[in-house]
Design a protein around this ligand. Sequence first.
Ligand code: ASP
Ligand code: MG
Length: 425
Amino acid sequence: MKVFKFGGASASTIERIKHLPGIIKLFSGEKILIVISAMGKATNALEKVADAFYDNRKEDALQLFNVVKQNHITTAKYLLVRNYNETEKDLSAIFTEAEWLLHDKPVRNYDYYYDQIVCVGELLSTTILSAYLNEVKIANKWVDVRDIFRTDDNFRDASIDWNYTEKKVNEIIYPLFTEFDIVVTQGFIGSTDENESTTLGREGSDYSAAVFANMLNAESETIWKDVEGVMNADPKQFPDAQFISELNYNEVIEMAYYGAQVIHPKTIKPLQNKGIPLFVKCFLDAALPGTVIHQKGIKHLPPIIVLKQNQALMHLQSKDFSFVGEKLTAQLYNLFSEIKIKPNLIQSGAINLQVCIDDRPDKLDKLAAAASEIFDVQIEKGLTLLTIRHYDESTLTRLTEGKAIVLKQQSPETVQVLMKESLNH
Ligand code: ASP
Ligand code: MG
């Protein structure tokens, strides 16, 4: 059994979608669970629908939703001939449910509505792609993952109820494979015990696929992307980024921790726990070897570069010149956990602490207000955080030359430099 995950980029255009059957046919005779994200930028578009709805801009919400709807109908019409009418019914049911909600007035919190609206993206994409695969004679079964993935009601960042979900995988998914080689389902979404839809955090489909791989004891998970594999830097920021053919779980967890947008940070644990390798491959050219991520120790890695823009540095100083110590530090960490902030860098001194976080106004203001009860607070904005793992002096110099450095932290493995404005390279 294998688990495949196709991201939004692989379902963003008709031309790209047409690569899928070829890839699946390379594995004919094998059992494959396929997790598919929303098409292209559908999740972003649905977020705008949720925003408009929550702002009580009902007409805007319906109009924005209609654009999403028309895009999916157009795609379905292009791809499907024999299966179109049947599929249109399935799509209509999904549209209607969302439209009902959009005709209401918001009475619950934003995150709840976000999940009810945004989950539509994966339901639509998988409905269309499952029908398309059937049409090109790749027999498959579509499954609503909300019948399988039970989560808590921490909307937008829901946690999976592992035992319940595993039971459903055994009861529902396993038996399907006696009849079908291919099962198609959604990533990123789940459901509470009250049948409310939930989402697992942006880009969460990699993680959903990893959970399935774990529970199905899959031989591997493959993430199909529009790039060659994992690179040592984001090619959009660094055109000379290098391809890496082999990584281990630890390295990928570290990369994700420092903000590399390679793989969803939660993805590794379910795979590592069962020693399941993760392949990152290019759906545009399946013959390319791609990257393998597994348990092995890997000796020679190039410098791995992560650049996070739009950072804020909070300078915190104890109010009466007393030492910062464990008490004040503990209070500060409590605030991080209450406000759900993940600091990107912390440096402490005798009477001060410096905390680098993403400049998200909602969170930053809350943190500043709460922290000012304990500390004198100053905020510096417009910063970029550079992290280099396995750094060498020449890379460090090249990327920091001429920059005003605000903060630097260094270990034998990793260097982090917080700098004013963005990099020129
Ligand atoms: N469609 C979701 C997103 O864009 C989940 C995913 O693609 O992994 O964040
Ligand atoms: Mg994606």
